[in-house]
Design a protein around this ligand. Structure first.
Ligand code: PLP
Length: 385
């Protein structure tokens, strides 16, 4: 039986073109970019070329791009690094974020509040999981150091109005961080569109390798390194550069920008078919996230009186790999904070399913999935009784 992968928001296969670009930097061009000799220079040139590529994708200056070890590290560097630097410079010590953010943001914000002298304000989300500019306006003040609102949500696909939120933050003198780890594959990330001060990116959601990410830091944004040591990454992130992965990330992002329109066109009709068919054919089903303003590869639902984890196991046995939300939370019997933030009652909130598409998704795979899902939901419901 072929297994059908419908979990591209959890991770994507590494593109063979990306792998080809990375390979020489493991064995032949293996130098340390900080070394003076030619091995070092060759590696440094590759890192700077990748930085240039990422800067082009973000429409920023290369020195505003910091390579990190993953999307989570980018979020940590943005929050910890900027919040602490701003507190030191201005005394502002409030952080605003929403409960619909990835754990890399919410857990970091909670720790900063519990142990590092910050206060935390939770931005409400509407029924679709959107943080509205008005919600930010309500809570912003001259106490706020940093606001963190994700560009698109990993669990429910909703896109937030980052540019409008940036305007509200900047009028109050606060810095805006946006987590664009999920968005980068399908939405424009140029900073003249987003106007955020800090933007997190990650490699493995865009057909790059796992274990590599980047943070855009707008010139002039106060930031302290989380990792201290050597002066790599302009003194903002110490550690010998992971050259092959940086090269792979650059190539993955370059290909993403080049092929983004095509990738959107490929997945959108498949996604629309999934949403339409499920809502029509499965009783007591609801779409989670925004009906229109959502990433084109993302469909997410809740089913009443269904155990989401059981449904995932049944689907896996039937040959389909899906998720109940964030990959990090799969296996946890509690409903996710994101689903709870939407205001769903417990009998709905536990039955979440996320179906995310990608380059290898095909209409016949989707048709096979849609043929099987109603039976699996029935089975999961009867096992709950
Ligand atoms: C929105 C979002 N932010 C951050 C991350 C973390 O990225 P990484 O797995 O590269 O640490 C993820 C991954 O699931 C994500 O979806």
């Amino acid at each position: 039986m072929t297994h059908i992968y419908l979990d591209y928001a959890a991770t994507t296969p590494t593109d063979s073109r990306v792998l080809d670009a990375m390979m020489p930097f493991f064995e032949t061009s293996f130098g340390n970019p900080s070394s003076v000799h030619r091995y070092g220079q060759q590696a440094e040139a590759a890192v700077e070329q990748a930085r240039e590529t990422v800067a082009q994708a973000l429409n920023c200056r290369p020195k505003e791009v910091i390579f990190t070890s993953c999307g989570s590290e980018s979020d940590n560097l943005a929050l910890r690094g900027a919040a602490q630097a701003i507190k030191g410079e201005t005394g502002r010590k409030k952080i605003l974020t929403s409960r619909a953010e990835h754990d890399a943001v919410t857990q970091t914000a909670k720790q900063l509040a519990a142990h590092y002298g910050f206060t935390l304000g939770w931005l409400p989300v509407d029924e679709f999981g959107v943080v509205t500019p008005d919600a930010v306006k309500e809570l912003i003040s001259d106490e706020v150091a940093i606001v963190s609102v994700m560009y698109s949500n990993n669990e429910i696909g909703t896109i937030n109005p980052i540019e409008e939120i940036a305007q509200v933050c900047h009028e109050a003198g606060a810095v805006l961080h946006t987590d664009a780890v999920q968005a980068a594959g399908y939405l424009p990330i140029e900073n003249d569109i987003l106007d955020a001060d800090l933007i997190s990116l990650g490699g493995h959601k865009i057909y790059g390798p796992k274990g590599i990410g980047a943070l855009y830091v707008r010139e002039g944004t106060p930031i302290l390194p989380n990792l201290t040591g050597g002066g790599q990454e302009f003194g903002i992130r110490a550690g010998t550069s992971n050259v092959p992965y940086i090269v792979g990330f650059g190539e993955a992002l370059r290909l993403t920008v080049e092929e983004r329109a095509e990738r959107n066109e490929h997945v959108r009709p498949l996604r629309d078919n999934i949403i339409e068919t499920i809502l029509e054919e499965i009783p007591d089903s609801k779409l989670t996230g925004h009906p229109e303003n959502r990433v084109s590869n993302h469909a997410s639902f809740v089913f009443k009186d269904v155990d989401g984890n059981l449904l995932l196991q049944l689907l896996d046995s039937a040959g389909f790999a899906c998720s109940s939300g964030s990959a990090c939370k799969t296996g946890n019997p509690e409903p996710s904070e994101v689903i709870i933030a939407l205001g769903l009652s417990p009998e709905w909130a536990l039955g979440s399913l996320r179906v995310t598409l990608g380059r290898r998704s095909r209409p016949d795979y989707v048709a096979a999935f849609l043929d099987t899902l109603p039976t699996m939901v029935d089975r999961a419901r009867s096992l709950m009784k």
